[in-house]
Design a binder for this molecule. Structure first.
Ligand code: ADP
Ligand code: ZN
Length: 680
């Protein structure tokens, strides 16, 4: 007799690579479909699984049954199954974990069922009244850019565009008109930070009404699930959000836009270490969609791809209002005798305040000072769990006025000593400048001015800045709040506009340059450009003053000259010479353990494994202690693998990973970071 049994092929949300087969019991045969969630027995447990296929035959004999089907219709369309499968393979993660990462958390909980919901009357009503506003007339650069995007849309198929233009050059208008031109809807707009979503959502809602859905961590679990469901049901055709929006459950996406594509926030730095920009491009490829990468300072890799013809290059070379880029000057602060704010910057601030204009100051660290130091013996307190100095916070928040030493990596806190615990000395120095100290300094110098500090301590919860900016934008600009000086960490340089700011100052531009990372020059260039974009957006021309110890650094020289292409040329030749991306691909393997001795003992064995392996076409740096040697109680060594071909690099990393796993280094954990953007 023929085997009429059917089997569900299931992956589960744990770090196990296998696909498991389960018999589909008779009563579930009709209902169960690929892309649904099921409950399955797993050892002694019951786990939530995702059905990735249905088969006539099982690959094993000892077969168990699917216990329950959780959905009425598939929650994972075919395209997202493909995408998550690619991610799992590319980023060395299990498929089940990749699917789990792609879904709103409600759907990863077995008690929650995504049953069909009736469309309410109000929903229906709103859908009938879409307030679509007409497009505005484009300038010639926007027109040309849109024309080429439209060609791409008309031909169908996968295309990637790089839309290069500074803030105010009209990129967002091009995005919106590209969406308005979609035949089949289904558009995803990614922004790097939650605080940038209000600006986009407001503009897109004005034009596209309720069809715009929003995805980010500032929403409650329920809100996120509701937005997910609106897209899944086809009620909403445009989604705006951070990383996770790349997984929006459209059955077919037509256009994906990634604004500020170079932003490191697109990279998830724990768990599945994916870069949403790269996943978006892969999604475009899988679904034959068009992808637009927008940027004022494209990443070196993307610009290189555009130069090589892999991406279509579109340029918006001037601001819509034709206002000039600000003048930029570099101040060598080694000549300023320990002053936090140079005389030149002080004068600039005074001038602006007298004229009723506004000032923006970037200080790239929060807290009062990055470390404290006993001036007698040189002792500096560090975190017991991380090899990082503790940052001195004079005032932690509005409720507590006690100073505290804090680890910015693991949040360890302790009271600052007034007497050196090593030598008993009483001369404690506060070294370096954080936002708190800058605020104190500025308040002293400009007692009349109203000052707004924006960093993670003033916006305690991650979402507060989102709220602040949402309200602000509803009032059309932060300046309505009577602020004279806005100071803060790099969050102030991103996206949001502060009209009537005519002077920006980078209090110390070198923080990023000292990080041992081949992208440190690029990051500094990007950050300073973003800061420059924030000034002089009104009637009065702007000025940017950059304080540095390295006025001759090439990044800063090209910033001063406002020369992206000059910077690119110098950077790309460095990358070539040093064999870094885009010429070489990188996979970083981090080996970590809470037992230092145990870890160090294993290093010779690891070296042996590498030595015995076939390393043709692969260059290996390390194993060496990571720059941040200890992090959250784990000691860390790392290996940097470089290869010209991604395939051979990936294969090598995969073999190495397997071998290390087979040797069962006890207590040792391995993190694989593909295309890392942080090397510390
Ligand atoms: P970007 O996204 O590059 O920062 P935007 O699209 O936000 O630029 O444009 C900057 C400002 O100029 C916005 O207020 C926008 O509404 C306006 N704008 C954009 N394109 C045009 C145009 N063709 N004509 C008039 N105003 C425009
Ligand atoms: Zn720590």
């Amino acid at each position: 007799m023929m085997d009429r049994n059917r089997y569900a092929r299931v992956v589960v949300g744990i770090p196990v690579d296998n696909i498991f087969d389960y018999l589909i019991p008779e009563p579930l045969l009709e209902r169960l479909k690929v892309g649904m969630r099921v409950l399955v027995p797993f050892g002694k447990r019951r786990l939530l699984g995702y059905v990735i296929g249905i088969a006539d035959k099982a690959e094993v004999t000892d077969i168990k049954e699917v216990r329950e089907v959780l959905d009425d219709e598939p929650i994972l369309p075919e395209n997202l199954l493909k995408l998550t499968r690619w991610m799992a393979n590319y980023y060395f993660y299990s498929w089940g974990m990749a699917i789990k990462t792609s879904l709103p958390s409600r759907l990863n909980s077995p008690v929650h069922k995504a049953r069909k919901r009736k469309v309410s009357e109000t929903d229906k009503y709103e859908r009938l009244h879409l307030p679509e506003r007409s497009d505005i007339a484009l300038n010639k650069f926007q027109f040309d850019a849109l024309k080429r995007i439209k060609e791409g849309l008309k031909n169908g198929g996968f295309n990637t565009f790089l839309l290069h233009g500074i803030a105010g050059s009209g990129k967002t208008e091009v995005y919106m008109q590209a969406i308005a031109n979609l035949g089949e809807k289904g558009a995803i707009v990614l922004v790097p930070e939650i605080s940038l979503t209000p600006r986009f959502v407001m503009r897109f809602r004005k034009r596209f009404g309720r069809r715009v859905a929003v995805f980010h961590s500032g929403l409650s679990e329920k809100e996120r699930f509701d937005e997910w469901r609106r897209i899944h049901k086809g009620e909403s055709e445009i989604v705006i959000g951070v990383r996770s929006a790349v997984f929006a459950p459209f059955r077919k996406v037509s256009l994906i836009i990634i604004d500020e594509e170079q932003d490191p926030s697109y990279k998830q730095e724990e768990g599945l270490r994916f870069n949403a920009r790269d996943v978006a491009i892969m999604r475009g490829k899988i679904e034959g969609a068009n992808v637009i990468l927008g940027s004022s300072t494209p990443s070196v890799e993307s610009f290189y791809n555009a130069r090589k013809g892999r991406y279509h290059y579109l340029s918006l070379p001037e601001r819509i209002d034709r206002r000039p880029f600000p003048t930029i000057s570099l101040i060598d602060i080694s000549k300023e005798k320990k002053k936090i704010i140079s005389d030149r910057l002080k004068e600039g601030i005074s001038d602006r305040l007298e004229r009723g204009e506004k000032v923006l100051l970037l200080i790239n660290r929060r807290g009062y000072s990055p470390f404290i130091l006993c001036r007698e013996c040189g002792y500096s307190p560090g975190c017991p769990d991380c090899s990082i100095t503790l940052t001195y916070h004079k005032v932690t928040n509005k409720e507590s006025v006690n100073p505290v030493l804090k680890c910015h990596y693991c949040n360890y806190k302790t009271a600052p000593p007034t007497i050196c615990p090593d030598c008993g000395g009483i001369n404690i120095g506060y070294i370096g400048v954080g936002t708190e100290r800058a605020e104190e300094e500025i308040t002293k110098s400009y007692p009349e001015a109203s000052i707004l500090r924006i960093d993670r301590d003033t916006t305690r919860r991650k979402t507060t800045f989102y709220r602040v900016s949402r309200e602000t934008f509803q009032e059309e600009g932060i300046t309505n709040q009577d602020t004279d000086i806005i100071l803060g960490t790099q969050i102030i340089a991103k996206g949001n506009d502060f009209p009537s700011v005519t002077l920006a100052g980078a209090v110390w531009a070198d923080g990023g340059l000292h990080i041992p990372d081949f992208r440190s020059g690029e990051r500094t260039f990007q950050l300073m450009t973003q800061l420059a974009e924030k000034v002089g957006t009104g009637e009065i021309p702007g000025e940017l003053i950059i304080q540095t110890h390295n006025p001759d650094h090439y990044s800063l020289r090209y910033i001063k000259a406002n020369d992206y292409y000059g910077f690119y040329k110098e950077e790309i030749s460095l990358r070539k010479e040093l064999r870094y991306p885009p010429f070489y691909r990188i996979i970083r393997i981090i080996i970590k353990c809470d037992n230092e001795e145990g870890l160090v003992k294993k290093i010779p064995e690891l070296k042996g494994i590498i030595k015995a392996s076939d390393t043709k076409d692969i260059e290996i740096l390390g194993p060496a202690p990571a720059h941040i040697y200890k992090l959250k109680g784990m000691y860390r060594w790392h290996l940097i693998l470089k290869g010209k071909s991604h395939v051979s690099l990936h294969n090598y990393a995969s073999r190495l990973n397997e071998t290390i796993k087979e040797r069962k280094f006890p207590g040792i954990r391995i993190d694989i970071d593909v295309d890392p953007i942080r090397m510390v």
